[in-house]
Design a protein around this ligand. Structure first.
Ligand code: ADP
Length: 268
């Protein structure tokens, strides 16, 4: 899987560069550099959780009988958490490559935002348990022209980040307003926010603001996937910081579905 992904990424880079008609030697060097940066990043993200799983499983095997119930539970919990982290990482990598290879084609149709928000919140239930989530959707929202599966993933990633980068017990707001033929959706939190020079870069693959973010469950792919999905559905997504207090705000603009045509009754 890893080799196929890396080859695919290298090929994509090569194609872009070729289109720009750059010098071949520079092209090879640049492709090699990106290929090895990608490999380092991916193998770190795979090996960190694997090392934890291996360590915990080995301890359990060697010392299991000597440990009390709580000690054993801690080790099995680590194994489960880290395996889930690996699972998420691989799912994200697959989403990303499917998107880039054109295998994901949004199937848009009229979608009720309240329903997708509801299902994203349900899916993120356990992650959001320690936070207060306030949902405020304007009463006059039109239906949206979206792929509900992809959009649920976008909302899930944003809620997951809000929970991850803001302290437990803090408030997360999901708001939506109509703006002409589009709908503006905001997801905001009460965390530390994002340093202004990073507001664009956080949408790059594998970019993470703080080195210590590596310790937090995450892949650096969530926002790249959000942007890819949103743009494929004709929308935009941008990051910002709150002005009223510390915290990040993610703002999306999405197209409303065509209003249903009202057949005029033929007058007799
Ligand atoms: P991940 O969360 O897996 O690292 P993302 O692509 O979702 O990857 O996010 C990239 C980076 O953007 C994060 O590592 C973090 O530094 C920053 N970030 C994302 N969401 C928030 C947020 N709500 N508050 C502060 N920083 C954030």
């Amino acid at each position: 899987l890893l080799d196929a992904l890396i080859d695919q990424a290298a090929l994509a880079i090569e194609r872009v560069n070729l289109a720009e008609d750059v010098d071949r030697a520079r092209l090879t060097a640049e492709t090699e550099r990106l290929r090895s940066a990608l490999l380092t990043s991916i193998s770190h993200d795979l090996r960190t959780p694997l090392a934890s799983i291996l360590g915990s499983a080995t301890s359990l095997n060697s010392y299991g009988p000597m440990l009390d119930e709580a000690g054993r539970k801690e080790l099995t919990a680590t194994i489960q958490e880290e395996a889930e982290r690996l699972n998420r990482f691989i799912a994200n990598l697959l989403d990303m490559t499917r998107l880039e290879s054109g295998a994901i084609r949004p199937r848009t149709g009229p979608v009720d935002l309240a329903e997708v928000v509801g299902s994203a919140l349900e899916r993120a239930g356990a992650i959001l348990a320690g936070h207060r989530v306030e949902v405020d959707l304007a009463a006059d929202l039109p239906m949206l022209d979206l792929d509900s599966v992809l959009f649920e993933q976008v909302l899930f990633n944003l809620l997951d980040n809000a929970a991850k980068y803001a302290p437990p017990g803090s408030r997360i707001d999901v708001r939506a307003r109509r703006e002409g033929e589009r709908v503006r959706i905001e997801v905001q939190d009460e965390g530390d926010g994002i340093p202004p020079p990073d507001l664009e870069r956080i949408f790059d693959k594998f970019y993470r603001v703080h080195a210590q973010d590596r310790q937090r469950a995450g892949t650096g792919l969530g926002l790249a996937i959000c942007r890819g999905f949103v743009e494929a559905m004709g929308g935009t997504i941008a990051a910002g910081n709150r002005t009223d207090r510390a915290g990040a705000v993610f703002t999306l603009s999405l197209p409303a579905a065509d209003p249903p045509r009202i057949e005029e009754e033929a007058s007799p």
